[in-house]
Design a protein around this ligand. Structure first.
Ligand code: DGT
Ligand code: CA
Ligand code: CA
Length: 581
């Protein structure tokens, strides 16, 4: 509920800003920010402490608290609905075009009736934008470029953005008594970082019931086509979903086929042909003389790989990038699994502004079955994140020491996520760094640097004997910020030499390192760590996205240091960096 309310408040702020209302936009924005960052659901707060509890949230005054209560009780906010009527434009969509802000949106709506990106594109293409006051040809061009970029990056969905929805749809369908088997295939099953569309397979004797239910789901906005074997819909968030009902005896082969990817399938079919078999979505068949066909596999996916003389390949690896050759030679390793993860070392507790969160993080870590947790708040250079300075870190160490006395059967490490400054130095004194259990360092500023300079900057940080881990190496934010250019080979060599660990940031908007880089790091013998980088408790659940990415990069348990026991990993950090691996 917090995210929904935050989104509405952000939008109210933007509409009010368009209307040039004073002060209020900022108030809504601030409230949205703190609600977004809350660990507890506002509904729970309200149930426990009433409206007074809501007013305790930073940036939430009486008026805004009332709006929240309204939303909790009625699922909508009247004032917001009214604002939307006056200004019926898709603001959150329009503001994501670079160069377009609330004032321009208002102008475009009033003068050109622009309500969404499509309208805006038309207006710009017809040269209407440049006829408006203070809007030249330059702006018009910039807007067209912005739209181009927006479209390119919005054709696909982040796995992290659709994961829960997909699971929800799957579980609803699987609860139908008419559904015998269900599985999601395609890029979703391969755990690709972005998903073009979702492909679901079902086995059922009563396909009509399943399809009727499917198109009646509340999220379905448009039905492209509905049949007994295949139905295609678009959901209200824009995601397309294909649902196929297949025969029980073909379920394994359909799953194999629709999992893909296409190149992997083509290779597999070639192998089948060599063996005088035929492979398609209905099964694996032996082709006899006179073209007679005998099914030799189909119900079970594993059986298909086996009959083709191949080791089973996890869906994450099926990209035809060498996995088939290795499987033929029986040389495919076992890849890391979620259950191998024993702890998370990149965890923020916002200690400077809120003291109680370490305890909550520990509780959550225990729920996740971890053996240890590392607290690693931002450091002083990052003022917007309330970074800790040297003194704060030392004080925090003492507090963590106290926690250790009170928490049994669980280990806590104390680190920080320090900043790599432009010259490669770290924003915290070496003396203090040496007192921490471990140090993560990352680039958080000045990202526009030449490839050489950025590489040097990171290498200098890796050579610091106190820096154990480099966070989110390339700085990318998927579909929003390109990675900065670095000489990755050079960085890998230095990481290996210095014993520096590279992070696989599990946040689905980052997934940094990506799959290709993970595979290369492994080839170089560089060790990695998978981290949630959680700023809220619920983000600690993101670890799985990092594990999947690691599997896509063929990482094994031994490549990832947070599969180690507490004893091993704390022992590791105590050794000088160069002697670790
Ligand atoms: P996406 O949706 O763009 O993220 O990627 P996929 O891999 O889910 O692709 P999609 O939805 O077009 O098709 C699902 C799977 O079906 C794909 O991974 C492999 C299989 N497939 C689709 N078209 C063909 C084809 O023409 N030949 C073969 N062999 N397989 C295909
Ligand atoms: Ca797909
Ligand atoms: Ca598809």
């Amino acid at each position: 509920m917090n995210q929904e309310i935050a989104k509405i408040f952000y939008e109210i702020a933007e509409i009010l800003e368009m209307k040039e209302v004073a002060f209020k936009p900022r108030a809504y924005q601030k409230a949205a920010q703190s609600i977004q960052g809350l660990d507890e659901n506002v509904k729970t707060i309200f149930e426990k402490k009433g409206i007074k509890g809501l007013e305790e949230i930073s940036g939430v005054g009486e008026g805004i608290a009332e709006r929240i209560v309204e939303y909790i009780k009625k699922g909508k906010i009247k004032g917001y609905e009214k604002l939307k009527k006056e200004m019926p434009v898709n603001i959150s969509e329009l503001v994501s075009i670079e160069g377009v802000g609330p004032k321009l949106i208002k102008l475009f709506y009033e003068k050109l009736k622009v309500r969404n990106i499509n309208d805006l594109e038309k207006a710009a293409r017809h040269g209407k934008i440049s006829t408006l006051p203070r809007c030249g040809k330059k702006l018009e061009q910039k807007i067209l470029q912005g739209i181009e970029f927006y479209k390119k990056s919005h054709e696909r969905f982040l796995l992290g953005d659709v994961f829960e929805l997909a699971e929800k749809i799957k579980s609803r369908l699987s609860e139908l008594k008419e559904t015998e088997k269900i599985e999601a295939a395609g890029s979703f099953r391969r755990k690709k970082e972005t998903i073009g569309d979702l492909d679901i397979l079902v086995v059922s004797e009563k396909p009509k019931k399943v399809m009727d239910f499917f198109v009646s789901m509340p999220e379905v906005r448009h039905v492209y086509g509905k049949g007994l074997k295949k139905t295609m819909v678009r959901l209200s968030n824009g995601l397309d979903v294909d649902l196929r009902v297949v025969d029980e005896k073909s379920f394994g082969s359909a799953l194999q086929y629709f999992t893909g990817n296409k190149a992997h399938n083509i290779e597999l079919r070639k192998i089948a042909l060599k063996k005088k078999y035929k492979l398609n979505e209905y099964g694996l068949f032996k082709v006899g003389s006179k073209k007679s066909e005998v099914r030799i596999a189909g119900q079970n996916e594993k059986e298909i790989y086996k009959k083709l003389g191949l080791q089973f390949m996890p869906p994450e690896t099926r990209e035809n990038t060498g996995e088939i050759e290795l499987a033929q030679k029986n040389k495919l390793s076992e890849f890391i699994e979620e259950k191998d993860i024993k702890g998370d070392l990149h965890i923020h507790s916002h200690w400077k502004v809120k003291k109680g969160l370490i305890k909550e993080r520990i509780k959550k870590a225990k729920e996740l079955g971890y053996e240890y947790l590392g607290i690693s708040d931002h450091t002083k250079f990052l003022a917007i994140e309330h970074g800790l300075n040297e003194q704060d870190l030392l004080k925090q160490s003492k507090e963590i020491e106290r926690f250790r006395l009170h928490v049994s059967g669980f280990k806590i490490l104390h680190g920080c996520e320090a900043n790599i400054l432009t010259d490669g130095s770290i924003d915290i004194d070496d003396k203090v760094l040496s007192k921490l259990d471990y140090v993560i360092a990352g680039v958080h500023s000045q990202m526009k640097m030449s490839k050489e300079k950025m590489t040097e900057r990171i290498i200098t940080a890796m050579k610091n004997p106190h820096v154990d881990i480099i966070a989110h190496l390339t700085g990318r934010v998927i579909q929003r910020r390109e990675e900065y250019e670095i000489d990755f080979d050079k960085i890998l060599r230095v990481a290996k030499e210095t014993g520096t660990i590279l992070e696989i940031n599990a946040n689905p908007v980052r997934l940094d390192l990506n799959d290709v880089k993970i595979r290369k790091a492994k080839e170089f013998g560089v060790k990695m760590i998978i981290s949630s980088d959680a700023h809220q408790n619920e983000q600690m659940d993101l670890m799985k996205f990092g594990v999947w990415q690691a599997r896509r990069g063929w990482a094994e348990k031994k490549d990832i240091v947070n599969t180690m026991s507490f004893k091993e990993i704390s022992g590791l950090f105590k050794k000088p960096k160069k002697k670790r691996f």
